[in-house]
Design a protein around this ligand. Structure first.
Ligand code: K1U
Ligand code: ZN
Length: 171
């Protein structure tokens, strides 16, 4: 297991559409171990493989720090199969956009199908923070960031700030 570097905006890899996992093998299980290690170290409540530079549709999550009743969860090839018309708002953060939080409105409930670590298919219905976090992480697998759901003015401002910081590091 290893703590991997979390890539930050404006890294272009965050805009990639990740590839589906064809077979849940030892390589995928090692990737999941590294995702958990990196997510707990950050710390965060979710992490998608592209955030450590691996363009595969793999997501880890543990909401127990924020909400009781959940433990570590793995979602391979997660896909939203249904979303409610009703929406809810949550102040989201992102480990790839550190220390920036903004309220995002999303469907309040979603159904998600995915594979587990044994390659077994499941479909679950999620609400509350679970639904928010699943949508945030599935967005990552599609190259979408939570700032894409806020106003252009706010988005441009945060992108500019991180681009400036990255240029300083380069110099
Ligand atoms: O995908 C990510 O960048 C992780 C992100 C997940 C997320 C947070 C909030 C709403 C939707 C999705 C984070 O984990 S940000 C850090 C965070 O929320 C947190 C960290 C430690 C304790 C509790 C929460
Ligand atoms: Zn994120």
């Amino acid at each position: 297991m290893a703590v991997r570097e979390i890539i930050k905006i404006p890294d272009k890899r965050l805009r990639l559409k990740s590839d589906p996992v064809k077979r849940v093998d030892s390589g995928i299980r090692k990737l999941v171990d590294d995702l958990f290690e990196t997510m707990y170290d950050a710390p965060g409540i979710g992490l998608a493989a592209i955030q450590i530079g691996i363009a595969k549709r793999v997501v880890t999550m543990d909401l127990s720090k924020k909400e009781g009743g959940h433990e570590s969860q793995v979602f391979i090839n997660p896909e939203i199969t249904w979303q409610s018309k009703e929406t809810s708002k949550y102040e989201e953060g992102c480990l790839s956009i550190p220390e920036y939080y903004e309220e995002v409105e999303r469907p309040a409930r979603v159904k998600v199908k995915y594979l587990d670590l044994d390659g077994k298919p499941h479909e679950i219905e999620a609400s509350g923070l679970f639904a928010t976090c699943l949508q945030h992480e599935i967005d990552h697998t599609n190259g979408v960031l939570f700032i894409d759901h806020i106003s252009k003015l706010k988005r441009d401002r945060v992108i500019k700030k991180f681009a400036k910081a990255a240029k300083k590091v380069e110099a």
